[in-house]
Each structure stands twice: as C-alpha cells, then as structure tokens.
Design a protein around this ligand. Structure first.
Ligand SMILES: NC(=O)c1ccc[n+]([C@@H]2O[C@H](COP(=O)([O-])OP(=O)(O)OC[C@H]3O[C@@H](n4cnc5c(N)ncnc54)[C@H](OP(=O)(O)O)[C@@H]3O)[C@@H](O)[C@H]2O)c1
Length: 336
C-alpha cells in the first residue's frame, strides 16, 4: 500500500480561556499502514464537543489529557479503507475516537459499525451517538424522569439538551422548559422540538422566568451549564427533585474560579438529590438505548439539527462556536 497521508490538527500549546488558532498545529503527516488489530479510517464527519476543552488541561479528568504535539482527540465517523482487524472490512462505515484528522489509525476493538442506510452519518455523532446517549441516561437513569414531571433543561438548543428535553416529553413529562442563548434558539425548541416554553438566559431574569414558566417547581433539572442557572434552578426544586449534573459549560474556560452553587441548601429542605454522571458509565446499555432513541426518531417524536462546517482547517474557529453558541444542535466538521 502506498504511503498514506493524513491532514491533522495537533495540540501546539495549552490554552487559558477559549482556545484560538495559535494553540493548534495543522498540516499533513505521513501515517503508517494498520498493524495487527488496527483499522485505517477515512473520516467523513468529526464531532466538536465541549468535553474537548477539558482534554486540553494538564490535569487528568475521566480521560488523560491530550499531550502537546498529539492529534486532538475527537469522535468521528467514516469509512474503513484498510483493516487488520478480523471484524472490519474495507468499505464499512464506523464510528469511534478518530481524532481531528482526515485519516485515522484506530484499534478495531474501540469502533462500532454504522450504516448510512439506517440514518445519515451525522446522526451517529448526534442522537444515535454520545450526545443522544448522554441525554438518554441522564434523563432516564440519573434524572429518573416520570409521567407528570416538570423538567427544566439548560443549553436546550444544543446537542445533548435538545434530545434530553424531547426524551422527557416522550416519557410523559407534563411540562418541559428549556433555556438557551438567543430568541431564535428559544423559538426553535418550542416550535420545532415541542418544548412547552423557553427562557432566553441572556435577556431574561432566570429566577422570575422559572417561577412563571414552571409555577409548581421542578421535579428534574438537567444541567448542562452550571453557574447562575444551576443556582436559579436549585431555588425552584420540588420535594424529592433530581438535579442531573451532565455538564457545566459556563465554567470550562476558567476552572480556577469555578462558581459553586450558593443555593445548595435547597437540596436539604426539598429532600432532593444532585448527581453527576459520565455517559460511559452506561456503555453496556448503549445498544438498548440507541434502539429506543431510533424508535422515537422513526416515529417523529424526536427531532434534531446539525450545524455542519466544511473543512478541518476551520477547526480552531469552529471549536470556539461551542462557547460562543454560534450553532444550533450538534456541531460537526465535514471532512470531505
Ligand atoms: N456527562 C457526560 O457524560 C457528558 C457527555 C457529553 C456532554 N456532556 C456535557 O453536556 C453539555 C452539553 O454538551 P453538548 O455537546 O450538547 O454541547 P452543546 O449544548 O451542543 O453546545 C454548547 C452550548 O452551550 C451553550 N453555552 C456556551 N457557553 C455558555 C455559557 N457561558 N453559559 C450558558 N450557556 C453556554 C451554548 O448555547 P447557547 O447559545 O444556548 O448559549 C452552546 O451552543 C456540556 O456541558 C458537556 O460537557 C456531558
């Protein structure tokens, strides 16, 4: 096989705050042919996720940090172009940790087969991928949503939040309200996704709006954001409410000065619980969850949007959109 080249985005230095172009090194590199157990993938779409910010930090979290000079870690979907793993053949479509690159050598054991006859490839990085599974387990297992509940979801026009709110609706929640950062996003979650109401956290008073739009209080708060909205939600819990700590994007760029919850005593008074989780805790149940999500997609009771940017060379600016909010639904880079 002739030498394979890969266009790659590598970490050049560790950022303070929101990363910009100077923190990345972008260019072509020769890569090896697959060794035993490996698969060579031509990537089609790369997933851009808030978690990537955490992987840039020196400190280990639930995964080790990306090293300086290493290809940036990312989920991706693409086509096998060479394989030395018995389970994968040339031409098959797969999803896994490809990294931000056009061609990736990946251990076959970490890949999952997908098929664009079942759903468009981006869906395997959205509702049928990590964001959808995160929404599913966060809402069903951690939030334990049940019929008649009132649910608030933050970052509700994003990849996880948009699915989380609709899962709550599918499971019989009485009222689902979402917060988002623009009037257009607020309109979208109500008119296109079926949320009962929305709050523009940039222009509206959070506490007042939660009281008005969830007058009986919250049974479940699904938190993607942390900071002020977490505090506002804590002040509106019902007895035995569940606060799902899925993420805290408002805090990711300054972990030295994390804004902790001031209203945590509400957990005591309301006999409520607040619980964090990592989606991979539920890896053994991904198949069952993806099937249920697939059923809702087919039935039309779960909808999603993608924001697709073309070209890996746009990665530095595309990644910033996670923090500026210039996107709707799942943010992806289309590689070719
Ligand atoms: N626990 C897990 O296993 C797990 C797995 C996947 C994701 N997550 C977490 O889930 C959350 C959502 O992830 P996602 O992939 O769905 O991202 P996303 O919601 O699609 O994108 C992030 C959104 O957050 C909002 N945002 C950014 N900065 C903000 C700020 N300072 N204050 C309030 N909102 C802000 C923006 O929307 P607006 O325009 O509305 O501001 C932006 O579009 C993240 O916190 C992520 O870390 C957790």
């Amino acid at each position: 096989m002739r030498t394979q080249r890969s266009f790659q985005v590598r970490l050049a230095s560790r950022p303070d705050g929101i990363p910009n172009r100077e923190h990345w090194e972008i260019g072509w590199t020769d890569i090896n042919s697959p060794s035993d157990g490996e698969v060579l993938i031509e990537t089609a779409f790369i997933s851009i996720d808030p978690a990537m910010r955490g992987w840039l930090r020196e400190a280990k979290s639930y995964l080790p940090p990306v090293a300086i000079g290493e290809v940036m870690r990312a989920g991706g979907v693409g086509t096998v172009i060479a394989s030395k793993h018995p389970d994968f053949r040339e031409g098959e479509q797969v999803v896994g940790h490809t990294g931000v690159q056009t061609h990736a050598l990946v251990p076959g054991g970490t890949l999952r087969k997908v098929n664009d006859n079942v759903a468009p490839l981006p869906a395997f990085l959205g509702p049928l991928g990590i964001p959808g599974l995160t929404a599913y387990f966060g809402m069903t297992e951690v939030g334990a949503v049940k019929q008649g509940d009132t649910v608030l979801v933050s970052a509700a026009a994003g990849a996880v939040g948009s699915i989380a709110g609709q899962i709550a609706l599918n499971l019989g929640a009485r009222r689902v309200v979402g917060s988002a950062g623009s009037d257009e996003k607020c309109r979208h979650i109500v008119e296109d996704l079926g949320f009962d109401a929305a709050i523009n956290y940039k222009t509206e008073a959070l506490g007042e709006r939660i009281s008005e739009r969830c007058p009986e209080g919250l049974d479940v708060y699904f938190d993607n954001v942390g900071g002020d909205i977490l505090d506002a939600a804590l002040a509106h819990l019902r007895i035995r409410a569940r606060v799902v700590l899925c993420g805290a994007i408002s805090q990711y760029n300054d972990l030295e000065e994390v804004q902790g919850p001031r209203n945590y005593l509400s957990l005591l008074v309301r006999r409520a619980r607040m619980q964090g989780f990592i989606v991979s805790d539920y890896a053994e149940q991904y198949g069952r969850a993806a099937e249920e999500i697939g059923g809702w997609l087919e039935a039309g009771t779960l909808n999603y949007r993608n924001t697709i940017v073309r070209g890996l060379e746009t990665f530095p600016e595309t990644f910033q959109r996670i923090f500026t909010g210039e996107k709707l639904g799942k943010l992806l880079i289309q590689v070719v």
